[in-house]
Design a protein. Structure first.
Length: 391
């Protein structure tokens, strides 16, 4: 699909009410939404970020309430306002969400959803997405294939427009374009001496992230690279299971006696600090394991934007990545160690990866992601307007 140049200017999107249940929390979706909103505003859209409070939400606009005024006119179809929901399964009650979507539509505002995760086991939820929303955004071709396949016969059931399927668009997750990073200063702040190879990890402390295997891989690598340093930046997620896993990882560090060269950071760090720390690494490893859910890794986007050579497992989390990274079939300690060693020993490979990462970031910057969103919003508005004119 196209973007801004192809948009029907007779029905442009002018304003977005973005629903983010985790807004303001230490959460990737909250950070994602703020980055997207920032770039949408730069394109001239009026963007309002809200949490999902159904009663307050439905009482703030709509017939008889005075439609939400975007600052650029009425929130009717003609006013070009879209309600955009950021979606994970645990974030919504479906009955409340359905009523909110219906209320939005009565107020003249089509509903778009970004699906951040997909699980084949959640068929009722998946069919809800196809049945209720006017437009669906996913981050990879694999996600689109899975979402389409979740409806009998593919999309095209009842739909939101009486028989038409919702539009499903692949909009890659955005990447920050980093300013010049002082790698030498970053290494000094972490106590990394010149010539010491530095291995890193970045992501929430969760069992499927493969942190245990990375620690064991570092033991193998330490034999070949005696001056190896390892840094695991893994803040606790807001789940009891995350804290328990973190405690177990700490016990593994003690058991394997790697504390002399491995540092574990469990505190949540500001994005600027994370970026600075990652710039000090020679290789970052994201050895995720399949967990029955499909999504796109936001941590990988951060690492690629920093420009650090990266090893990932060949799982659905990284389906959208190819030659920008080194992929391993499984996240076994031996497989991780072999891939890291290959990068450590090959300066040409390091440079090739950095060049391809820079190209990837340029193609998928937040600015370009915002342009694609504006185009899709306008297409959804136009489609719904055409359908209503034919009623």
């Amino acid at each position: 699909m196209g973007c801004g140049d192809c948009r029907d200017e007779s029905t442009p999107c002018r304003a977005v009410l973005m629903v983010v249940p985790t807004l303001g929390k230490r959460c990737g979706i909250s950070d994602y939404s703020r980055s997207l909103a920032r770039e949408l505003r730069r394109l001239g859209l009026d963007v309002r970020l809200v949490t999902f409070d159904p009663l307050h939400f439905r009482g703030s606009f709509g017939p008889g309430k005075g439609s939400w005024n975007s600052g650029r006119g009425s929130s009717s179809i003609g006013g070009g306002t879209v309600v955009h929901f950021q979606y994970q399964y645990v974030l919504y009650n479906l009955d409340e969400l359905r009523r909110t979507i219906e209320h939005s539509r009565r107020a003249g505002m089509p509903s778009v959803v970004t699906v951040h995760e997909f699980g084949q086991a959640y068929q009722e939820y998946n069919r809800f997405l196809l049945r209720e929303f006017d437009g669906i955004i996913v981050h990879s071709a694999l996600m689109r294939h899975l979402v389409c396949g979740s409806y009998p016969g593919g999309p095209g059931g009842s739909g939101t427009q009486q028989g038409s399927a919702p539009r499903i668009e692949v909009v890659p997750m955005g990447c920050e374009v980093m300013p010049g990073l002082d790698r030498k200063a970053a290494r000094a702040r972490l106590g990394i001496s010149p010539g010491e190879p530095a291995l890193g990890f970045f992501g929430f402390m969760l069992p499927h992230k493969g942190i245990s295997n990375l620690i064991r891989a570092s033991v193998i690598l330490k034999e070949k690279y005696p001056s190896l340093r390892c840094f695991i930046f893994a803040p606790d997620a807001p789940y009891v299971s995350s804290r328990r896993y973190g405690t177990w990882i700490e016990s593994e560090v003690e058991k394997l006696k790697v504390g002399s060269y491995l540092r574990l950071f469990r505190d949540y760090l500001p994005e600027t600090v994370v970026i600075d720390n990652l710039s000090a690494m020679d290789v970052v490893v994201l050895p995720y394991e399949d967990r029955g859910m499909t999504g796109v890794s936001s941590a990988a986007r951060t690492v690629l934007a920093v420009g650090c050579p990266t090893v990932v497992t060949d799982t659905a989390f990284f389906h959208d990545l190819s030659s920008e990274v080194v992929k391993v079939k499984t996240g076994s300690p031996e497989g991780i160690a072999a891939a890291v060693s290959r990068i450590f020993d090959d300066k040409g490979l390091q440079q090739d990866l950095r060049t391809k990462m820079a190209d990837f970031v340029a193609r998928n910057s937040w600015a370009r992601s915002a342009e694609r969103h504006v185009w899709f919003y306008s297409e959804v508005i136009h489609s719904l307007k055409e359908w209503r004119s034919g009623e």
